[in-house]
Write a protein that binds this ligand. Structure first.
Ligand SMILES: NC(=O)c1ccc[n+]([C@@H]2O[C@H](COP(=O)([O-])OP(=O)(O)OC[C@H]3O[C@@H](n4cnc5c(N)ncnc54)[C@H](OP(=O)(O)O)[C@@H]3O)[C@@H](O)[C@H]2O)c1
Length: 324
């Protein structure tokens, strides 16, 4: 079955390999990138039929208006089988916190708020697909920061900012969001959060790093996984049989084995608080699944999985509603 799959940051790195592989397998790919010329250039060498299956869509995750415009365009064109929230900023040359025009710290906006808003705004198109999937992307490096917790009081004025801390802080938030979403609507939306190990950076990315980091990266880059390998894992997550993860099971490694959640992500109250502050920060967008706004302990009792909702018919599994 041909699927319609959106992937952010699809002009380079893992995202480019995933978009190429999925289009090569016959699927229709929406390549969400912030620079359409660079996106087109990235696909220029592909065979014509493969290129024709990749539609570049402009998206800047740090700009809410751009997220809304991209989502409107995608939703208007019909059901969406999968969204892969791949894009992220981890630019080590950003030494002090930058605040976006919308008033959020750049790494927080790009790596957490943007992906959540995009997922919410695409939810009507996902809800209209027979077996919708959403993939969030985290980092194995989180295991080196076991005490990391969400800095609720300083999300956008991070006195604690370093690019590394801000990056992992936002990735922790992605893990927590995936668990919340899987807990609340995992019966109608297949939610995964992939714990990506070290992956080789593309030469252009490496060249953009400060000289010291380039030297430090060199041996790591050599040992790291190839982006094609992780792109293959993305493809499995959106094409293989749905995993029906509920809560913590959504967090998996590159073999798709569930892995332990970071400590902060195990705390239900912290997850609920993160969901609430994120919703406010992204302007309270409606979710297509009413339960997305309802903490699991408040949601009506579940009757287990609903296989009838996982049909091949392109009908919305639930009526659109607002999260709260
Ligand atoms: N590489 C690793 O070792 C590693 C390890 C663990 C996790 N990961 C995760 O894996 C994912 C892919 O990593 P990668 O190595 O492929 O990264 P990459 O080569 O640096 O690609 C990142 C992508 O994100 C896009 N992006 C950045 N800011 C954006 C914004 N504001 N709006 C829209 N797109 C934006 C970039 O677009 P531009 O080209 O326009 O900048 C680029 O397409 C990321 O989520 C990363 O955190 C990577």
């Amino acid at each position: 079955m041909t699927r319609r799959i959106a992937i952010t940051g699809a002009n380079i790195g893992i995202g480019l390999r995933a978009a190429t592989a999925l289009a090569g397998a016959g699927h229709q790919v929406l390549a969400l990138c912030r620079d359409l010329d660079r996106a087109r250039a990235a696909y220029a060498g592909l065979p014509e039929d493969q290129q024709a299956r990749i539609e570049p869509v402009e998206l800047d995750l740090a700009a809410p208006a751009s997220i809304r415009a991209a989502a409107e365009q995608i939703v208007a064109a019909g059901p969406l089988d999968a969204l892969i929230n791949n894009a992220a900023v981890f630019d080590q040359s950003v030494r002090t916190a930058r605040i976006t025009a919308a008033g959020h710290e750049l790494f927080w906006a790009t790596n957490h708020l943007g992906p959540v808003e995009l997922t919410a705004r695409l939810s009507p198109a996902l809800a209209a697909a027979p077996q919708p999937r959403v993939v969030f992307v985290a980092s194995k490096g989180l295991v080196t920061m076991p005490r990391l917790a969400i800095r609720f009081e300083e999300l956008d004025q991070p006195t604690w900012f370093t690019p590394t801390r801000a990056y992992y802080h936002a990735k922790l938030a992605q893990v927590m969001t995936a668990v919340t979403l899987a807990e609340r609507v995992g019966d109608v939306l297949d939610v995964s959060c992939l714990r990506v190990p070290a992956v080789r950076l593309d030469p252009v990315r490496l060249a953009a790093q400060p000289r010291l980091l380039r030297a430090l990266y060199a041996p790591k880059n050599h040992l790291a996984a190839r982006p094609e390998q992780i792109a293959g894992v993305y493809a499995q997550l959106v094409l293989a049989a749905p995993r029906h993860a509920r809560g913590a099971d959504s967090y998996v490694d590159e073999r798709l084995h569930p892995v332990p959640l970071p400590r902060a992500a195990r705390n239900a109250a912290q997850r609920d608080r993160l969901w609430a502050v994120t919703q406010v920060a992204i302007g309270d967008p409606p979710w297509a699944w009413t339960d997305a706004g309802v903490p699991a302990r408040e949601a009506p009792p579940r009757l287990g999985l609903h296989p009838a909702r996982w049909t091949d018919e392109r009908t919305p599994p639930m009526t659109p509603g607002h999260h709260s």
